[in-house]
Design a protein around this ligand. Structure first.
Ligand code: ADE
Length: 397
């Protein structure tokens, strides 16, 4: 890795960031006791009573003025005290004053960190178990079976190995094999500039838990060229994932999923990269990995060719606006219960109408909100369907 040039204030490792890169915002106190800050551990609230409750920032103020800074320290402290950190200053040069939508893309494309190698102590893929990192799908995929380029999903996570089982599952695995889907997992921790590969820290302002730091996230995002892509952050604060959002994402060539952990991620990462937060429901999970799997699965099955039948994903259930009708398979009789006669009649028109009626009834009972929406536009129904709607309307649920 060559000789690393560490910033004494924030421990930014210069060689990873390229020769001209400078540190991000500083956070550690400068030394008062003859040790350099790189040798001293910044005390944490859990580091003993003497420092109990102190935030890194407090420590800096506490030490300030006692020891004359070296020229290098002065320069770095001046940088730290500037109204904006280096990242954001560079972002400003890259067109922060432009309109948010256009400017954001440009800002992101130029990148706040400059040219940067793939990360910290480990290359994000190489030192992880083969099955848990890197790309799933051909590196440069040819056109998939459906004649389209593979949908490319990058997942940034602290726990790539969690995705192992999902990738091995039959439908997603086959989608990858067929060149319809390419999944790439990036270990955010590999972009830490901390000697212990730390990717989280205590929240400013106190409170429990840890917050994922902006810098490793910035590095990971840059490594997957996220500037030009849609980025989704899995978070219980987000808009609830629904059929519309899934359809919207399924239309993209590529997108990036950021998985949080602990108390979430530093807000600046979300703001800077213009990230959309998406929730899978009003409950809190321990991290964004399971929600990301839900998102990947729900989007992948919308891709033409993934389910085998081009239309099946859109035809069924919620996507048509109704809950799905009951399904039956062999045997025709089970524990004395019969399959509805119409389903074995061979009359496709009657079968379709029976399914429509059952779906409508179920939706009225369980999801009156969807039902009301569905029956609003009467012009969409055939004569037979309209009769069924009329009949169901009369039923009190
Ligand atoms: N992370 C934790 N809980 C979540 C949720 N409900 N949806 C998305 N991401 C999450």
């Amino acid at each position: 890795m060559g000789s690393w040039n560490k910033c004494i204030v924030c421990k930014w490792v210069r060689s990873r960031a390229g020769q001209n890169a400078k540190c991000a915002d500083g956070e550690a106190g400068r030394p008062t006791d003859g040790q350099s800050t790189t040798e001293r551990d910044v005390k944490r609230p859990d580091a003993g009573e003497e420092n109990a409750g102190a935030q890194p920032e407090d420590k800096l103020q506490e030490n300030g003025g006692n020891v004359p800074p070296t020229a290098q320290e002065s320069a770095l402290l001046a940088e730290r005290d500037a109204p904006k950190g280096e990242c954001m200053q560079r972002a400003a040069e890259n067109g922060e004053n432009a309109q948010r939508t256009a400017g954001q893309k440009e800002k992101r494309a130029n990148g706040p960190l400059g040219e940067r190698e793939s990360g910290g102590a480990a290359s994000p893929a190489s030192e992880l178990p083969a099955a848990a990192s890197g790309a799933y799908g051909p590196y440069n995929p040819p056109l998939g079976e459906n004649g389209r380029k593979a949908m490319n999903i990058d997942v940034l996570t602290l726990f790539p190995e969690m995705f192992h089982s999902v990738i091995g599952s039959s439908i997603l695995g086959r989608a990858v094999e067929k060149g319809l889907l390419k999944l790439q997992f990036t270990d955010i921790r590999a972009f830490s500039h901390d000697k212990h590969n730390k990717a989280d820290d205590y929240p400013f302002g106190g409170g429990g838990g840890m917050v994922m730091m902006a810098d490793p996230i910035f590095g990971a995002l840059q490594s997957v060229d996220a500037a030009e892509k849609k980025i989704v952050y899995m978070s219980p604060r987000g808009k609830i994932l629904d059929a519309e959002k899934i359809k919207e994402l399924a239309k993209l060539d590529s997108f990036v999923i950021l998985c949080g952990h602990y108390e979430g991620v530093d807000q600046r990462a979300l703001d800077y990269w213009d990230i959309e937060e998406v929730s899978i429901g009003d409950y809190v999970l321990t991290g964004g990995e399971l929600p990301a799997m839900v998102l990947i699965d729900s989007v992948a099955r919308m891709l033409p060719g993934v389910l085998g039948n081009e239309h099946s994903a859109l035809d069924e259930s919620i996507y048509s606006g109704l809950l799905e009708h009951p399904q039956y398979t062999k045997p025709r009789e089970y524990c004395g219960m019969q399959v509805p006669e119409v389903l074995v009649s061979g009359n496709h028109k009657l079968i379709a109408l029976w399914r429509f009626r059952e779906a409508l009834l179920l939706t009225k009972q369980r999801r009156p909100d969807l039902y009301d929406q569905f029956i609003q536009d009467k012009s969409r129904f055939s004569k037979d369907e309209a009769k069924i709607v009329e009949e169901i309307e009369k039923i009190r649920t």
